[in-house]
Design a protein around this ligand. Structure first.
Ligand code: ADP
Ligand code: GN1
Ligand code: MG
Length: 363
């Protein structure tokens, strides 16, 4: 904890640090909750984060994106809740980050008080709220000058590229694991004709690029602890041009699954159509009518795309020796990939119902 204390001292925070503890369930960055007592004796909390440098190779570009996006949101948002937009705490060097001697980029955010982030939603209303928050986020950023954004992870949701990358990982088989996951590899190959569907629609003029969040897990939204109303969209590292339907879909793959992302008992995995609809309603109401009928009709494709893509990414990481996603036990990426593929199978079975639900919302 010594190191974190030193890093925190580079930020412009008056007062004394009381405690530092690891925080949250993110798969990428290292997140810590810092409790301080300010000069008036009041307890003030912060989030200290080390940006994952294996994942984000241009941390400065990433931090510039976050500065620009949060400043833009401040201009366009009518929200009166001060917790509604993430606030970066300035460093003493005049920037909003500190780069340490190992070239790791650190940042500090105000801690969002009296709030919770959820893993699996406990009610339809909670998931509706997450949908509204991400839909509204897309609406607020609609006029953001996209050319000012650095692409923090190139090809992030380019599923055909992800598939090529997966094929390479299978061929290289760095850890000698490919033979033991033949069924999973065969499943990825069996869906190969699907991977270009969104780009095909984009080329046909039916699916525009928008400024999207690209990592819309429910635990990337803070809800008010008492009312469970959405307060703030967090985890702003992957804001880039993308498809609206992927911001819809990534939340479905995580939150409308009836089981946890790493559930071992696959009989527990299924798509809840009730949660699917609650999120769709929230998301579309949040966008305030921004999306075209074509985009709305492609929401099921977004859900399936994000689920199979994420499964493919977990399997690729398993084949490459678990070097990308944080894992807490051996084989966790394989468990994660299996739940995603099981969910895709269930989506295939429920395809007509998913289409029917969104068709009710298409103008
Ligand atoms: P990762 O990129 O690793 O997912 P996140 O930025 O999503 O990292 O942070 C991990 C978790 O920490 C979030 O899911 C949330 O629970 C918590 N968290 C992050 N930032 C804040 C904040 N400013 N206030 C309160 N909780 C936060
Ligand atoms: C990662 O950072 P986190 O935990 O919110 C990942 C997402 C995956 C998700 C799978 C930058 O999200 O793309 O969908 O794990 N983020 C990055 O749970 O790769
Ligand atoms: Mg996160």
């Amino acid at each position: 904890m010594e190191k974190k204390l030193e890093i925190f001292s580079y930020f412009d925070v008056p007062g004394t640090v009381k405690t530092i503890a690891p925080h949250g369930n993110g798969h990428i960055n290292n997140t810590f909750l810092i409790e301080t007592v300010n000069l008036c004796g009041k307890e003030v909390r912060y989030i200290l984060q080390a940006v994952n440098k294996n994942v984000f190779t241009d941390a400065v570009g990433l931090m510039n994106n976050i500065e620009k996006v949060t400043a833009f949101l401040k201009k366009v948002s009518a929200d009166s809740d001060p917790r509604g937009i993430m606030r970066l705490v300035p460093a003493k060097n005049g920037l909003y980050y500190h780069i340490d001697e190992e070239n790791t980029c650190w940042r500090v955010y105000d801690y969002i008080e009296n709030a919770v982030s959820i893993e699996l939603p406990e009610s339809l209303d909670e998931f509706y709220e997450c949908g509204f928050a991400f839909g509204n986020f897309q609406k607020l950023l609609n006029d953001f000058p996209v050319e000012e954004l650095t692409e923090t992870i190139v090809n992030f949701h380019n599923t055909p590229w992800r598939y090529e990358n997966f094929r390479k990982a299978v061929e290289e088989d760095l850890c000698g694991r490919a033979a033991s996951v033949k069924a999973e590899i065969d499943f990825v190959n069996s869906e190969k004709d699907f991977y270009s569907v969104l780009f095909d629609n984009q080329k046909a003029g039916k699916l525009p690029f928008r400024v999207t969040h690209n990592d819309t897990k429910p635990n990337n939204v803070m809800l008010d602890a008492a009312t469970k109303k959405a307060i703030c969209v967090i985890d702003l590292d992957t804001i880039m041009p993308g498809f609206s339907v992927n911001d819809f879909g990534d939340a479905i793959r995580f939150g409308a699954n009836t089981a946890a992302e790493d559930e071992k008992d696959l009989s527990k995995v299924s798509l809840s159509l009730e949660l699917f609809e609650a999120y769709a309603k929230g998301f579309l109401e949040g966008t305030g009518g921004l999306l075209s009928a074509d985009e709305v009709m492609l929401m099921p494709e977004g859900a399936k795309m994000m689920t199979i893509e994420c499964g493919m990414r977990f399997l690729t990481d398993y084949l490459q020796g678990d070097v990308y996603f944080k894992t807490h036990y051996e084989g966790q990426n394989l468990d994660r990939c299996r739940t995603q593929f099981e969910l895709v199978r269930d989506m295939n079975r429920k395809w007509a119902q998913m289409k029917e639900i969104v068709s009710r919302y298409a103008k």
